[in-house]
Design a binder for this molecule. Structure first.
Ligand SMILES: Cc1cc2nc3c(=O)[nH]c(=O)nc-3n(C[C@H](O)[C@H](O)[C@H](O)COP(=O)(O)OP(=O)(O)OC[C@H]3O[C@@H](n4cnc5c(N)ncnc54)[C@H](O)[C@@H]3O)c2cc1C
Length: 434
């Protein structure tokens, strides 16, 4: 038997690794394990439901999954169903590609009040991730606050501002589309600690704020750089393009459309205020940047009454079994993707939560480089051993063929021009399989 590899996690980190392994090691066998019955990680559960073109890469991963060298084993959670130690006893190599699913905390008083959410849970809710099916955020509020200046913050604000018709044409969870359809949210504040030139969002996402049917975007012209300031134009992170759109929005009037998105810079949250255990307002503090570009609070605060706060300030990996974990950087301890001989890491579990889907590509090549140096161990049972273990434990493994049946049922259930109507619980998905 050739080399055997188990990959934990079927997102981009996992599938780029699988693709590189079968390309570089022709006789290897790769099992891609995921705790969900659905493959592709954040492509399904993170990427905005109105950005279907960004999800097309899943078709390429699908070709990898259908290679005779690769299997998908969904609905298998590590370590609930099989431990890392057991996988290492069965396979020549194990790759962790479990992403960074835990929300970072703001670290301010009041953030545990009802109505305050992290981006993973809020995005997971509207994207039908089964973990967040029951989140039921209360959108029956006039004002929503989003903290952060990255694309995730812009996704959240944009989707909250969309009309029912706009969201129903996407694959947003049906319950979330229903909630947004009837939501009375009229003002959405997006707060960034730094200025427009430091924002992490990209111009494609900023541009969309000018294309919303029911919402107008407002920017204070005083925070924008003057015409004499040199702006960088570096691809996705183009300051020039970002500022161009922000200058357009600075000309908008608040009464042009029923919903207003306020893009506010130089402000950081200092306290979430509450009444009856629920958020009632957020206290913000104005900031400035020092000569080194560091954020300095000014001591000048203001409050925004609101009933929902979504903190889009980043996520972190979840420690797994006894694998060495880097608490400071909140990811697995690794040296260029290697944890130790035979144990590797790829994607956000390796590097932390930044970059696009394609940013994970080189991680796969690196994993294959390490694996090429390994010699298959004739005593390791590989896929047959895992099948036996999961069967003994009565785990209902969802294969790639099973997933295609789930997908077909989701597509058949679609309406209003949506690409699919997603199942929102694991039992629903399993029932579909009979
Ligand atoms: C809200 C959001 C929107 C984004 N939008 C875009 C976009 O439009 N375009 C773009 O290019 N990039 C986008 N990204 C970035 C992109 O999604 C990431 O770069 C990419 O998904 C990271 O891949 P990954 O494999 O490391 O993690 P993930 O995609 O998170 O995959 C991890 C997988 O591991 C599984 N897993 C976790 N723990 C276990 C366990 N214990 N046992 C078994 N399985 C487990 C999970 O179920 C998941 O399937 C977005 C990210 C977010 C958060």
């Amino acid at each position: 038997m050739g080399l055997t590899v188990a990959i934990v996690g079927s997102g981009p980190g996992g599938f780029y690794s699988a693709a590189a392994l079968i390309k570089d090691i022709p006789d290897c066998k790769v099992d891609v394990i995921d705790r969900l019955p659905t493959p592709f990680g954040l492509i399904r559960a993170g990427v905005a439901p109105d950005h279907q073109s960004s999800k097309k890469i899943a078709k390429i991963f699908e070709r990898t999954a259908q290679s005779p060298q690769v299997r998908f084993l969904g609905n298998v959670e590590v370590p609930r169903d099989v431990s890392i130690a057991e996988l290492r006893g069965l396979y020549d190599a194990v790759v962790l590609a479990t992403g960074a699913p835990r929300d970072r905390r703001m670290g301010i008083p009041g953030e545990d009040l009802a109505g305050v959410y992290g981006s993973s849970e809020f995005v997971g809710w509207y994207n039908a991730h089964p973990d967040f099916r029951e989140l039921s955020p209360d959108l029956g509020t006039g004002t929503a606050v989003v903290i952060g200046a990255g694309n995730v913050a812009l996704d959240v604000a944009r989707l909250l501002a969309k009309t029912g018709v706009e969201v129903r044409a996407t694959d947003m969870a049906h319950y979330a589309a229903d909630a947004i359809d009837v939501s009375p949210v009229k003002d959405i504040y997006v707060f960034a600690r730094r200025g427009p030139l430091q924002a992490a969002f990209t111009h494609k996402e900023v541009k969309e704020f000018g294309e919303l049917e029911n919402a107008v975007t407002l920017v204070d012209p005083a925070v924008l750089p003057g015409a004499d300031v040199a702006l960088e134009d570096k691809g996705r992170g183009s300051q020039e393009k970002n500022v161009g759109y922000l200058r357009d929005y600075a000309l908008n009037k608040g009464d042009e459309k029923p919903v207003r998105i306020h893009l506010r810079f130089y402000a950081m949250p200092v306290e979430v205020l509450g009444a009856d255990g629920k958020v009632s307002a957020i206290r913000m503090e104005h900031t400035r940047l020092d000569d080194g570009g560091r954020v300095v609070p000014t001591g000048e605060t203001f409050e925004v009454p609101c009933n929902i706060v979504v903190a889009c300030i980043g996520t972190q990996s979840t420690p797994l079994d006894n694998v060495a974990y880097d608490e400071r950087n909140q990811r697995f301890q690794n040296q260029d993707g290697k944890i130790e001989d035979g144990l590797y890491v790829a994607g956000w579990a390796k590097r932390g939560p930044s970059g696009t889907i394609a940013t994970n590509f080189p991680d796969g090549s690196q994993v294959a480089e390490y694996a090429k140096a390994l010699t298959p161990d004739a005593f390791k049972q590989g896929p047959a051993g895992l099948d036996q273990l999961l069967s003994d434990r009565k785990v209902r493994v969802v294969t790639f063929e099973d997933w295609k049946r789930i997908e077909a049922a989701e597509e058949a259930g679609a309406s209003h021009g949506a690409p699919r109507r997603k199942f929102t619980t694991i039992p629903e998905m399993i029932r579909t399989l009979g």
